[in-house]
Structure formats: structure tokens, C-alpha cells
Ligand binder design. Structure first.
Ligand SMILES: Cc1cc2nc3c(=O)[nH]c(=O)nc-3n(C[C@H](O)[C@H](O)[C@H](O)COP(=O)(O)OP(=O)(O)OC[C@H]3O[C@@H](n4cnc5c(N)ncnc54)[C@H](O)[C@@H]3O)c2cc1C
Length: 831
């Protein structure tokens, strides 16, 4: 009724009266591509249109400006996706594979799927009178299938039969509704009818249609007759995954983000969401994407593709096509058939460590066909996130600390706690079934080279064991808890209080009522000082050798730091000041040569701003004019909120600059003065531990005082079949860097990326070493530091892999100004 009172020619006012959220429709105005997310779906049933109308209403109300178009067949939909005519395609499995094939490696990113589409099951059924007790006996029989573009009722099961060496006398494909890739399932129903009529002895179809037949839900099929006439052969084709939301990697990141954000907010327990979720067939929830489930579809499609032609009659399929192996059985999760790999290997890889690096190594290498076994000394995976100091957490917002293809369900912008991160890491491992490849409670004691491989000596429950592997990956992390760095000070025996490392400050009660001295000035020291105060310590002092630059979460309290640290603009600013990461484009080096005075000046302004934000403009604790903010970040990187600042300004925490010299009976001597202490917490970091590697390997690695320099921070050129993932590289978003490193390693070891000669790799390492030593502070971790040069490091790995590194193009503005985050690398880890 109210619309009548609103002038029709003012669409904005009309829209303002609609329910909350966006509308992609404005009366009389043509929609602009850059304003909304346009999805394609195939219209295989009249209900599709009404389901997506409802989804559209929901997505718009949840903040995603969404609209959709319907296609009559998947090929047209994929063509529209590739041409950029639609942003998003709701692709069936064959369409998903087709899009990936045409877009090239890393060209397509998957955003999510329905829970019911994971592990889709096909069946092989036979007439009881045909005496087919096992799949081997299908040889010589007439096989009825669904449409020849149906993954569930033709492509995957026939590929499986072929792989097993089964040779039917004839295959009758019921080519109904071609182009819908089996979604209508009418071909499957026709195959069942043919079986009941005795025109074929064996049928291939989805378990879903078989169950519907038995439950009497298929009008042309008599359920009783079905049960009496047919039986399921016990062996079944490999499982695979069904539909995916696919976008091109070049599609603007904001579109994916707003779609995923809204999609994954749907909750089936919410009555407003339930109806459409049920209509869409969802059981519990939308799922993050996964690639492993499409490997078999890809293979089946690749093998059958040359024979594809669409006809409207049942056609005869001749088995035994050239190029297909008949020896190998397909199995999910095993050595073959994972991740769309072109490489098939039966090589074994041993991994030391089950943190976020080790887990991504498992995923990438399994996707390349390697058999992977990771050893984790603790009872659980997760590494640093398992346990740490009181109230520890991630320094960056959740969207910067995600596995690239497994969005965290935490709200956008939230800084996850350690426990939340641990749960998320466990969910990831469970989702991708990585735990099958991890042996927990098993410490690797030593890793020794042998001819063409490695011998791992492990210890579990006090029993030592030896196991051989072809390759070895060290993923023991940057921070080895076994090598906590505690300064050795004289007279410790006099001290009557407790002295411990920050990682052991896990219980706030340890600090309650105590005089606490925290030593250090990194993130962990600052956090421990704040937590000691929160735990009602009677007095808290933080002692730092020198002041360092903290980075505020928001620059000038307005711009989230990642817009400067992780955008291409920010990368150019840092590069202008401190030089280009070796391997970055040449023009970056020229820009540095020309632009550094300007950038050095600009960063002095940034320093003043930071000092102002942290109310630390002068005095011994102020870093202003004492050290450069960029290089200091490479000495003590820390992104802080204002908790510590506020406690210091309010006089609730003392902060002193000085050198701890010795213990006294009741405290710590700093600059000749006693600081009384009942508890001393050392936030002084860690030492690297290479003790698992044998002496001769360590000497070949050439570990130096400032760390271990490697090719691409991953490979030692003189030690074949050994790699380091995570443990020798530190970035801002380590989790995504380790994902890319793992993907890169998978491609190198499966010969999809060719390495330069040993001499060339060593030359590049030398160049990196000289560059780092020319300006980064001299710390034990210097070799591993990439930090603010992260984007260029990622570019180099992507270029090596032949993957488009400008992930946000063609949106030039986003490419320049928007921060790079893990989801920009979606689809690469297990590619
Ligand atoms: C408080 C805190 C905040 C952080 N914030 C951020 C952040 O904001 N952004 C960011 O990118 N990074 C952050 N990090 C860095 C973090 O360490 C990495 O992001 C990442 O989790 C490291 O993963 P990893 O697998 O390389 O190493 P780890 O998590 O250290 O895992 C290594 C695993 O190897 C196991 N292991 C070691 N030796 C052996 C052996 N001999 N045998 C068997 N197992 C062994 C260990 O038990 C451990 O589980 C933070 C770290 C901490 C502690």
C-alpha cells in the first residue's frame, strides 16, 4: 500500500522502504557489473528459479549485493564465467573441472559447497538373474547408464570399471537432458527402466536415485519390482564431490568476500534461513570448498572427453579406450586420484611437525600423489596454538590468519584467541582428513640421509623406531618450545622467586598478588605484562633492552594496518624505502634507487604518528628518532592494541629500559638497581633447533649466526630431497605463506616446476643474504624474515608455479589498494 504514496520516479526512496540490506535492482536503471555479484545457475528444474529468488533475498539482506541468471546448460554457464559475464557459477562437478581446465592452474577459485555434496556415492547394480556377484563379472554384460555427461551415472563409474579392467559387452547411455550433466537424473531413471525390462544386466547410477526408487518416489518405477529384480554389487565407484561455487581468480576479492561472508552466516537453526537451506537440499550447513573430491571427475572427464558428442538416443560406448590404465584401482585419500594432479607418485614423504605448516604440506603433497606421514611430538596437532602464555592470540584479524581455502567462521575483523585458532586448525585437519597422515605423540629423534631418501628415527611411548622416506620436510616452526631462549644471568641460585619463559606463563594465578618483572619488548613480553596486571599482580615492571616500534591495529586510528602492510601500494612504499626483495620486478629496484629519500621522509612522518598513537613521543622508552620503523619491524615485529600503552600511561605498569645484569635474592639487577620480583617472565624468544638433522647435513646446510638461508626460503640446494616449510620464513600472514610454500614444494617435487641449477640457486641465495644484511637488524632469525615484503615473496612463488600473481585483477583499484589476504590464494594449496 505505501508504495502508492512514494513518487515512482524516485527509486532510492522506494528502495529505502524495502526490508534491510541491498537491492541490485533499481527501477529504470541498468545494473552495473561492478556493483553486484552475479551468479549463474543451470535451470534443470522449475524450482531452481524460486530457490535462487529466496537465496537472493537472503544474500541481499545479509549484505551481499547478489543477483543471478539461469542457463540451459553447464557449458554455456562455464563459458560465461570464463568470459567474465558472470562473477560466480554454481557449477556441477564436470562444469567445475571444465572451468578449471580452461582457466588454467589457479585460475578458478572455489568458494563453498553444500554438505550433502561431499562424498557423493554412485552404485553399480545388477539384475539378480544376471549372476553378477562382483564387479569383475560385469565384463561381457550390457551396462545401462544415465546421460553420458552425468558424473554420477556415467563418467565416474565407467572410468572406475575401465581402471579395474572390466570390459562390458556394451554400454547404453540414456542421453536425456544433455547439458544438464545428469542433474535431472531422467537418464538414470531410464537406465533403471531398461534394467527392469531386461534390456541390460548391469546399471550405473547414484545412490540417491537408487534409494528414491526403493522408497517409491520414482513414478515410473515399481519399488517392489525394483527390490525383487535388482541388487547392489558390493564394490562401488570412488566417491567424489558435487557442486561448487566457482569464481575466476581475477574476479574482485570483495565480491567473493561478501558472498562467502553472507553464505557462511546461514544457520539452519535460524527459522529465517531454514526454508531456503532445506529447499537447496542442505542437511546442516554450507561447507568450505575442497578440491580433492574432483580428482576422479577430472580424470574421468579427461579420459572420456575425446569421445564426447551429444546425441538424443541411447548410444553405445566401447570400452578399453586408449590412454587409460587398467591396472590401478581408484581410491580417495590414497596415493592416487587426489587433487587434480597431473603427477602420480608413490614416493613417501616424512614430515617433522604437525602445526599449520606441516598440515598444509600433507595436503599439498597428498594432492600430488605422494604418500605423506607427519610426526608430531605432542598429543595434538596445532603447534604454537595448542598452548601458550595466558590469553595469547593471533596478532592479525581473522581474515589474515586463515587457510586460503578454508574460511574461518569467526566474524570479519575479529582477532582470534589462541584457543579459537587451535579449534580452527583442528577443524581444518578434520575437514580435509589430514589426521590420517599424522602420527601424534611421536617425536622425531633424528633424520639421516640414505641413498635416495631419509631414515627417520622416532620415539613413541618410549619405543624407538626407524622408518624410511624418499623425501623429508622440516616443519618444526619458527619458535621451538624445546629451545626457549632464557638469558643466563649470574647468581640465579640466590633468587628465591620463580623465573620462567613466557610460554610457561600459562596460569594467571602464577602472578596473583606477586611482584612481576617481565623481560623483553616483543609481542609476547608486552602481552605477558598486560596479563600479569590483569591477574592482579601486586606490581608489574617490564624491562626492555631498547625501545621498539609497535604497529597500531589502525594507522591514525582509521586505516587498518593491513591496507599499508599488505596492499601493493604498501609494498611499493616499503620497497621504495628499504629496497626490493630479490626476485621482485626490476622496476621496484629502480623505484627504490630514485624514491628512497622521499620514502625515508614519509616513514619518519609515520613514526611520529605511531609515537603519538602510543603516547610515546619522548624519553627512554620512545623509539622516535632512535630506530627506523621499517627495519625495526624486522627486529621485533609487533601489532598491538592500546592495553599496554594505557597501563603505562596510567602508572599501573612500569616500563624501564635497561639490561638485566644478575639475579639478587629478591629480584633482578637492572642497570645496577634491584627490581624486586617474585616472578620473572622472560619474553625473550627462542633459539632455532636443528638437532634432528645429522651433523653432516647441518654442515652442508651452512647454518649461519643469522639463520639458515634457503632457495625460496624452502630448499637447500646442496641437500636433495629435503625441504623446510614454515620454519625458515616469517611473514605477516604465515598461514598463507606456508600454504603457498607447500603448493610450490608439491609442484617442484612432482616435476611441475623446474628448479634452476644448484649454482644459480646458490647465487640467488647469496643475493638475498647480501640484501638482508645490508639493512635488516642482525638477529638470529634474519635469514627467515620476509615480513613486509610478503606480497613480493608470494608473487615469486606463484610465478614459479605459473599461476597468475595479480590475484585481484582486472580490478585495478583493488589490486593496488586492497590488502592481500589468504583467500586471494584460494584453490592453490591442493591444486
Ligand atoms: C602468540 C603468537 C602469536 C602469533 N601471531 C601470528 C600472527 O598474527 N600472524 C602470523 O602469521 N603468525 C603468527 N604467529 C606465528 C605462528 O608461529 C605461525 O603463524 C604458525 O602457527 C607456525 O606454524 P608452524 O607449523 O610452522 O610451527 P609450529 O606451530 O611451531 O608447529 C611446529 C610443530 O612441530 C612439532 N615438532 C617440533 N619438533 C619436533 C620433533 N622433533 N618431532 C615431532 N614434532 C616436532 C611441534 O610440537 C609443533 O607442534 C604467532 C605465534 C604466536 C606464538
Amino acid at each position: 500500500m505505501f508504495v502508492r504514496h512514494v513518487p515512482w520516479h524516485v527509486p532510492g526512496r522506494y528502495l529505502a522502504l524495502r526490508r534491510g540490506g541491498f537491492s541490485t535492482w533499481h527501477f529504470g536503471r541498468l545494473p552495473r557489473k561492478e556493483d553486484h555479484v552475479l551468479m549463474g545457475a543451470v535451470s534443470y528444474d522449475p524450482a531452481i528459479s524460486s530457490i535462487w529468488e529466496k537465496m537472493k533475498d537472503y544474500l541481499n539482506s545479509a549484505g551481499c549485493p547478489f543477483d543471478f541468471v539461469l542457463f540451459t546448460n553447464y557449458e554455456r554457464q562455464v563459458a560465461a564465467l570464463l568470459a567474465g559475464e558472470i562473477d560466480l557459477a554454481w557449477n556441477g562437478p564436470v562444469a567445475h573441472v571444465l572451468a578449471q581446465q580452461h582457466a588454467g592452474p589457479g585460475g578458478v577459485i572455489s568458494l563453498g559447497m553444500r554438505d550433502v555434496d561431499c562424498d557423493f556415492i554412485s552404485l553399480c547394480v545388477a539384475r539378480k538373474d544376471a549372476n553378477v556377484a562382483s564387479v569383475g563379472e560385469v565384463t561381457g554384460k550390457i551396462v545401462a547408464t544415465g546421460a553420458s555427461d552425468s558424473p554420477q551415472a556415467h563418467l565416474v563409474p565407467l572410468f572406475w570399471l575401465d581402471e579395474l579392467g572390466v570390459k562390458p559387452a556394451e554400454v547404453r547411455a540414456f542421453d536425456m537432458d544433455l547439458g544438464k550433466h545428469g542433474d535431472t537424473a531422467v537418464g538414470e531413471v531410464s537406465a533403471l527402466e531398461a534394467l527392469l525390462e531386461g534390456q541390460a544386466q548391469v546399471g550405473l547410477l547414484s545412490k540417491m536415485m537408487w534409494m528414491r526408487g526403493l522408497q517409491g518416489q520414482l513414478p515410473s518405477i515399481d519399488a517392489k519390482q525394483l527390490e525383487e529384480t535388482l541388487e547392489v554389487i558390493p564394490e562401488s565407484p570412488p566417491l567424489f564431490d558435487h557442486c561448487q561455487f566457482d569464481v575466476l581468480a581475477s574476479n574482485p576479492a570483495w565480491k567473493r568476500e561478501s558472498f562467502c561472508d553472507a553464505l557462511f552466516k546461514m544457520d539452519i537453526r535460524n527459522p529465517k534461513h531454514e526454508e531456503v537451506m532445506r529447499l537447496e537440499g542442505i542437511q546442516d550447513s554450507w561447507m568450505p570448498p575442497r578440491q580433492e573430491g574432483y580428482a576422479v571427475v577430472q580424470k574421468a572427464f579427461a579420459s572420456f572427453q575425446p569421445k564426447r558428442h551429444y546425441s538424443t538416443v541411447a548410444r553405445t560406448h566401447r570400452p578399453g579406450r586408449p590412454g587409460m590404465s587398467t591396472a590401478t584401482a581408484m581410491s580417495r585419500g590414497g596415493g592416487l586420484g587426489l587433487g587434480g594432479s597431473r603427477h602420480v607418485s608413490s614416493s613417501r614423504v616424512g614430515v617433522v611437525g604437525g602445526g599449520v605448516a606441516g598440515l598444509q604440506v600433507i595436503r599439498s603433497l597428498r594432492a600430488k600423489g605422494f604418500e605423506v606421514k607427519a610426526f608430531e611430538q605432542d598429543a595434538k596437532i596445532g603447534g604454537v596454538w595448542r598452548e601458550n602464555y595466558v590469553n595469547f592470540g593471533v596478532q592479525v584479524p581473522k581474515q589474515l590468519y586463515e587457510f586460503p581455502d578454508f574460511p574461518s567462521k569467526l566474524p570479519w575483523g575479529q582477532y582470534p584467541t589462541g584457543q579459537e585458532t587451535q579449534h580452527y586448525v583442528e577443524d581444518y585437519a578434520e575437514h580435509f582428513k589430514l589426521l590420517d597422515s599424522v602420527e601424534t605423540n611421536t617425536k622425531v629423534l633424528s633424520v639421516k640421509p640414505q641413498e635416495d631418501g631419509w631414515v627417520f628415527t622416532t620415539s613413541k611411548d618410549g619405543t624407538a623406531k626407524e622408518e624410511s622416506f624418499d623425501y623429508c620436510v622440516i616443519a618444526t616452526g619458527l619458535y621451538s618450545k624445546t629451545k626457549q631462549f632464557l638469558p643466563k644471568l649470574p647468581s640465579q641460585e640466590l633468587f628465591q622467586g620463580q623465573a620462567l619463559h613466557s610460554t610457561d606463563f600459562q596460569d594467571p594465578a602464577m602472578a596473583e598478588g606477586k611482584r612481576v618483572v617481565v623481560v623483553g619488548n616483543g609481542k609476547s613480553a608486552v602481552d605477558c605484562a598486560v596479563e600479569a596486571f590483569n591477574a592482579k599482580a601486586s606490581h608489574v615492571t617490564m624491562v626492555s633492552r631498547r625501545p621498539h616500534w609497535p604497529t597500531p591495529r589502525k594507522i591514525a586510528n582509521v586505516i587498518p594496518f593491513q591496507y599499508i602492510f599488505l596492499s601493493r601500494l604498501g609494498q611499493a612504499l616499503v620497497t621504495g624505502h628499504r629496497g626490493a626483495l630479490p626476485g621482485a620486478p626490476k622496476h621496484m629496484s629502480y623505484w627504490h634507487q630514485l624514491g628512497w629519500p622521499l620514502m625515508a621522509g614519509a616513514f619518519t612522518v609515520v613514526e611520529m604518528l605511531f609515537a603519538l598513537q602510543f603516547r610515546n613521543m619522548s624519553g627512554s622508552t620512545s623509539p622516535l628518532f632512535k630506530c627506523d620503523v621499517v627495519s625495526d619491524f624486522y627486529g621485533a615485529a609487533q601489532v598491538l592494541d592500546y592495553s599496554f600503552r594505557d597501563l603505562v600511561s596510567a602508572g599501573k605498569v612500569d616500563w624501564k629500559i635497561g639490561n638485566p645484569e644478575a639475579y639478587s635474592k629478591h629480584g633482578l639487577l637492572v642497570n645496577g638497581q634491584e627490581l624486586p620480583a617474585d616472578l620473572i617472565v622472560y619474553g625473550t624468544g627462542f633459539e632455532k633447533d636443528y638437532s634432528v638433522l645429522s651433523e653432516d647435513v647441518r654442515s652442508k646446510l651452512g647454518i649461519e649466526a643469522d639463520g639458515l638461508y634457503l632457495y625460496r626460503h624452502t630448499l637447500p640446494p646442496r641437500v636433495p630431497r629435503l625441504a623446510f616449510v614454515g620454519s625458515e620464513v616469517a611473514t605477516i600472514s604465515n598461514i598463507s605463506s606456508y600454504g603457498l610454500q607447500s603448493a610450490w614444494l608439491g609442484k617442484v617435487w612432482s616435476n611441475q616446476v623446474e628448479l634452476p641449477s644448484t649454482e644459480k640457486m646458490e647465487k640467488e641465495i647469496q643475493e638475498m643474504k647480501c640484501w638482508k644484511r645490508s639493512w635488516m637488524p642482525n638477529t638470529a632469525a634474519r635469514a627467515s624474515l620476509v615480513l613486509l615484503h610478503q606480497t613480493h615473496f608470494h608473487d615469486i612463488l606463484l610465478k614459479d608455479m605459473g599461476i597468475q600473481h595479480l590475484r585481484k585483477m582486472p580490478n585495478v583499484l583493488a589490486e593496488v589498494f586492497m590488502p592481500y589476504q589468504p583467500q586471494d590464494y584460494n584453490g592453490i594449496v591442493a591444486e
